[in-house]
Design a binder for this molecule. Structure first.
Ligand SMILES: [Zn+2]
Ligand SMILES: [Zn+2]
Length: 132
């Protein structure tokens, strides 16, 4: 996957991508750093952050920002939406459904080129809802 995107498959890049793909989580940069340090003990913070940035640029990983919390990274490439729990902070995948914004009719988007869009739904996750 990494080579197909024109990047060299360095050990750090492989570890970061494997971590994100296998664990299917939306990890923060800190969590990625911890995981990489277990596998490649000498990787510095700056290296890991550069690796994550390269993978985002190559389109292998998506960067998600949720509410001013630290960015999270998602290696699930198929289109999907997200749900963020207000209470426990869980970030869950929601299967894709079409919500095409009427880009051409929106004044605030005049002259813009929209590359992609997604919904972030907020509320209480199933576990937090049950705890009520
Ligand atoms: Zn929750
Ligand atoms: Zn996701």
């Amino acid at each position: 996957m990494i080579r197909q995107c024109g990047l060299r498959a360095t050990p750090q890049r492989r570890v970061v991508l494997q971590f994100l793909v296998r664990r299917r989580i939306h990890a923060t940069a800190e969590e990625i750093l911890e995981a990489v340090n277990r596998a490649v003990p000498r990787a510095s913070r700056a290296t890991v952050y550069n690796v994550v940035r390269d993978l985002v640029c190559a389109g292998l990983v998506r960067e998600l920002s949720a509410d001013g919390r630290a960015s999270r990274y998602d290696a699930r490439i198929e289109r999907h939406h997200h749900f963020v729990c207000d209470r426990c902070g869980r970030l869950e995948d929601v299967e894709w459904f079409d919500v095409a914004p009427p880009v051409r009719r929106l004044k605030s988007l005049a002259g813009h080129t929209v590359r992609e869009y997604e919904l972030i739904m907020r509320g209480a996750c199933a576990a937090c809802s049950r705890a009520d």
